[in-house]
Each structure stands twice: as C-alpha cells, then as structure tokens.
Design a protein around this ligand. Structure first.
Ligand SMILES: *Cc1c(COP(=O)(O)O)cnc(C)c1O
Length: 387
C-alpha cells in the first residue's frame, strides 16, 4: 500500500523493546495494517489465509501433508488452552514437565478444565531431570500427552525438547510444546524435534502484532481428536481446523489487520532468512550479555543452558537499586526493560526478540549506565555474598 519513502516520511517513533514480546516491529509491518476495509468472508481474504497457514508450517520445516496450522484470534495463551483442552482423550492424563511460569500456566489450565494431570515440577533455574520424566511415564500408563515449554520466557532456560519428545513417543504419548518464545527465532524442525504440536503468536518471533495465534501440528492427530471430549467451544482445535478445511476461513471473525501485518512480516522473515535471523538474535543476545557483564550483573540461568533469547539478571544488593526508577529513565529514552518472573528471586529481563540489532543494545547500555548513575547504584554492581 505505502511506498518505503512515504513510510519514512511518517517518521514513526522507534522504541527498542527489550521485553519478552510484543517485539519491536519494522515500519513496513506497522503500515501493512493500513488497508482498505474488507469483509473477511470475501474470497480474496480466504486466499491470503491459505498462504499464511502454509508459511507457518514451513517455518518449522513441516511436511505439508503431515502437518498443518490452525489460526485463532487471541493472545498466545489461547494456544495453550486449545492444545490442552482439545487433544486429551477421555480417561487419559497430561504430564506437564514444569520448570517455569509458562508450564505452570499450562497446569492452571488443566485445573480449570478439570483435566487429569501430573505436575512434574523442577526448580526454575534447572533443566528437567529426564530420568524422572521417564520414570513418571513408566509408572503412569494413562499419560496420553506430555507437555512442556521450549524456552521458559520467565527465566530464559532452554528445555531439551527433542529428548522429552522421544520419551513421550516411546511411551505412546503425544508431545505438545509451547514454542511461543522460540518460534521463528531459534530454528525448530518439528519432526526431528519429536514435536506433535507447537504454537506461537504473531507478536513474538514473527515481529508482527498481537491478535493472531496459531497451533502447528500433526494433521492425523487433529482428525483423531474429533471424537475426544469437547471441553470448549471457542477454543476447540478440531472445530477450527475442520472449518478451515471446508471453507478456507476462520470460524469466527479473524483479526483482519493483524493478518495483513503478519503476511508482511512473513515476507520479511523469508527475505532475512532463518539462519541470518537467528544469527542476528544471537548477536543481540551476546551484546546484552556483554553489557551486563561489564556492569557486573549476574545471570539467573547458567549461560550454557540459556535459549539465546531472554537474559534474566539478578537484582544487585544495593539499597539504591530501584527497578521502577531505572525502567522509567530508560523508557523515557525509548528503551523498554522488563521485570523477571521468578517468585523466589528478584530479577529483571532483557530480551533479544524483535527487529533490533546489536547497535540498539549498545545504545541501550549507554542509557542504562546513566540510569544507574542517576540512582547512585554502584557500578560495577554489588552482591552481598561477594568476597
Ligand atoms: C508470550 C508467551 C506466551 C503467550 O502469552 P500471551 O500474553 O497470552 O500472549 C505463552 N508462552 C510463552 C512461553 C510465552 O513466551
């Protein structure tokens, strides 16, 4: 719709979002939302969604015969709800491999629906113990679904999904993974990673907007789920899939403008390329670490266990440290930082999502250091157990 020159002239303020999504978008993606009004029941619109659904499978290297994607209107949590309530046969159990806030959210969904489940908890700063996962599967023959989170966004820990998926399959269970904070960033190969269902939303790795969420998964399992107990109407996977297959449309009103923006974001995704995009996120991640290291901050998660997208740093033991004040100082200068999501330890997060590069992170650290100085926080920062 708009030429690059016109978009440039608009001079839209650029904010660097270092929060874990929504992420910084390009101006071309922002402007792709401005389109002539269209009724989404028109053939022209259905045509757009077909290509979009195919692209979403392609991003995780799925064979289009075997895997499909199903779109929903809502934020990312909707996907967790959809998979958990739709893919559990009667009389069966879910095993949630839980080492963080997002898997805990899945447990809460099980509780709300009254789904039989095992909440297999591990410390938030450690990877799950695979021997315990295996033992649980061995002792509970009624587990039909194993569920976990790829990158626990609350801490940034990377979970060994390929290994957990292999265990699930060995014991005849399906494997569902919340990949919301890795999809379209850290490369995923749905089949090799032993994933039956993964999920994401347009506002994270794809660098578009909130309102479009999607499940990518095994078509045959979706078809088998036709006869599973119906626990939700709006959030039933089979119902939405079947409607798409028959009509090419979403069952209920789609997020029209978000879909236009996502299609533009996908064009930009393919133009940048999977490897180059991951290399860029990695550069940003390393620049974040370098900046934090120079200031003396400590990581919550061991460096080698981080997913390469979210850095959680421990609050220093400095009476002048005031996250809110530091946040506000940075925010006023175009940089957004985010609190942590660990109940036992005070932390904050800096994330490598979005249309940003290492120079943005360097610019951020100039401002962040000023914020620390303004607040009279000692630099390098201090921790009380320091010798
Ligand atoms: C962002 C995110 C979600 C979705 O959160 P919403 O606020 O509902 O969009 C789900 N899982 C993970 C791992 C996430 O990072």
């Amino acid at each position: 719709m708009f030429t690059n020159e016109t978009i440039k002239e608009l001079n839209i303020k650029r904010n660097v979002l270092l929060n874990p999504g929504p992420s910084t978008t390009t101006d071309t993606v922002k402007m792709a939302q401005i389109v002539p009004d269209i009724c989404p029941r028109e053939k022209e619109f259905a045509g757009l969604m077909k290509g979009l659904r195919e692209d979403l499978v392609k991003i995780v290297h799925g064979d289009p015969e075997k895997y499909t994607s199903v779109l929903f209107c809502g934020s990312g949590t909707l996907n967790l709800d959809v998979c958990l309530n739709s893919l559990l046969p009667a009389g069966k159990k879910v095993l949630v491999v839980n080492n963080g806030a997002y898997s805990t959210r899945a447990v809460e969904i099980c509780q709300y629906y009254g789904l039989d489940h095992i909440d297999l908890r591990f410390p938030v700063d450690q990877r799950p113990d695979l021997a315990l996962v295996e033992q649980t599967l061995r002792e509970n023959h009624d587990i039909a679904m194993v569920y976990t989170t790829h990158n626990e966004t609350g801490t940034g820990i990377l979970n060994p999904i390929r290994e957990i998926g292999a265990l699930a399959h060995r014991f005849g269970a399906i494997f569902v993974v919340d990949t919301t904070s890795t999809y379209a960033m850290r490369p995923i190969h749905i089949e090799e990673d032993n994933i039956d269902f993964c999920m994401a939303s347009a506002q994270k790795g794809l660098m578009a907007f909130t309102g479009l969420s999607f499940v990518v998964g095994n078509r045959a399992i979706i078809e088998a789920s036709k006869d599973y107990p119906k626990r939700s109407y709006y959030c039933n996977l089979y119902l939405q899939y079947d409607y798409f297959e028959r009509t090419g449309e979403m069952h209920f009103t789609p997020p029209v403008q978000t879909i236009y923006a996502t299609i533009q974001a996908l064009k930009e995704y393919w133009a940048e390329g999977e490897q180059a995009k991951w290399a860029r996120h990695t550069r940003v991640f390393e620049a974040i670490h370098q900046g934090l290291d120079e200031l003396g901050f400590r990581d919550v998660i061991k460096r080698e266990e981080q997913a390469g997208l979210v850095v959680s740093a421990v609050y220093p033991d400095d009476p002048n440290w005031d996250f809110e004040k530091i946040h506000d100082y940075c925010y006023e200068r175009g940089f957004t930082i985010y609190p942590g999501k660990i109940s036992t330890r005070n932390s904050f997060r800096l994330c490598a999502l979005g249309a940003i590069d290492e120079q943005d992170v360097r610019d951020f650290f100039v401002v962040f250091r000023q914020a620390l100085e303004r607040c009279h926080v000692s630099v390098p920062v201090i921790y009380s157990d320091e010798k």
